[in-house]
Write a protein that binds this ligand. Sequence first.
Ligand code: EZ4
Ligand code: CO
Length: 402
Amino acid sequence: MNIVDAKVIVTCPGRNFVTLKLTTEDGISGVGDATLNGRELAVASYLRDHVCPLLVGRAADQIEDTWQYLYRGGYWRRGPVTMTAIGAVDVALWDIKAKVAGLPLYQLLGGRSRVGVTVYGHANGGSIPELLEEVARYLDAGYRAVRVQCGIPGIDSTYGVSGDKLFYEPAHGARPAETTWSSERYLRFIPKVFDAVRVKHGFDFHMLHDVHHRLTPIEAARLGKSVEEYALFWLEDPIAEELQEGFRIIRRHTTTPLAVGEVFNSIWDCHLLIAEQLIDYIRTNATHAGGVTHVRRIFQLADLHHVRTGSHGATDLSPVSLAASLHIDLSVPNFGIQEYMRHSALTDEVFPHAYRFEDGYLHPGEVPGLGVDIDEQLAARFPYNTAYLPVIRLVDGAMHDW
Ligand code: EZ4
Ligand code: CO
């Protein structure tokens, strides 16, 4: 059963998404998410100009061989653009294989290992009282886990805090937005945030926090140590992550659990972190780390070393990506938690899907394949719209990690 059509669909139902759609000679189609926030068209071109012509005429059922063909065969390995493109092909082929089998994808990955996929929602507030109200909303809605992000006095804009409480969207405009950052102010204030949340809402739910790569290892070590009493489920992306050895410093000083990996694109970005047990949760996702095939390899390595999964699930990953994560989450033995930010109603219309939220869990549904489609006619009504992620500078004007 050969692939006869490979199509790249770029659409912007409120935000940009790139989707790969593969169709076989039997008329079965599969979809993969190829969205790389702020660099979308690079992946679209990589697929259109260099990968799609190679896919037409290939056997749709040879997933591993196609993965190796694109990874080894490209000569220039790894990197977010390449691995996002390979990921989209891989997820689309798994979608097709599961549709041919007449089974939801998780059945092909070993079947169900749990009743549902525990997700965490994003509560954020410009101030502590506002955040406390938002946390209450998530708990009332049945969430078992909530990420808390709060405005920091003296800093004009902080990662994860937005005016629109339902939909957090950091990518905007024809140039990146620029704001100022101070790690000193952040470090002074953030323990008070965790304290207020635990005082008001107790310890009977998982509390998470994302530092978004902004600290040095020794600053992160101090933060982790100083907030141990608040029992965070995890502290996410405490430092820039290119240097895996940097985590040894944090680990030496604190028992606060660490989660990293949303910007990783291959097992080579995290093998040391995992093998040395320097982290507790690995956050790679099928879209940015080479598809179901490669993420499963990372998660299996993680399982050997007591590292659990915590896949990235921001709204710049399309419903196709979320579905792929849910099928993996439901089946792997070492699942930890899944990030969940609701997509807009318009995005949900462009990507009709079978997954659903209930009682703090997401369920991928029982539809054969991923259980997600793309409405191409509707998608065509929303052309690409340039949008960049923000950048930040320190008080003296030097560039810092957003
Ligand atoms: O900023 O996906 O945990 N989630 C995150 C995300 C990232 C975006 C970047 O495109 O850190 O919100
Ligand atoms: Co994050």
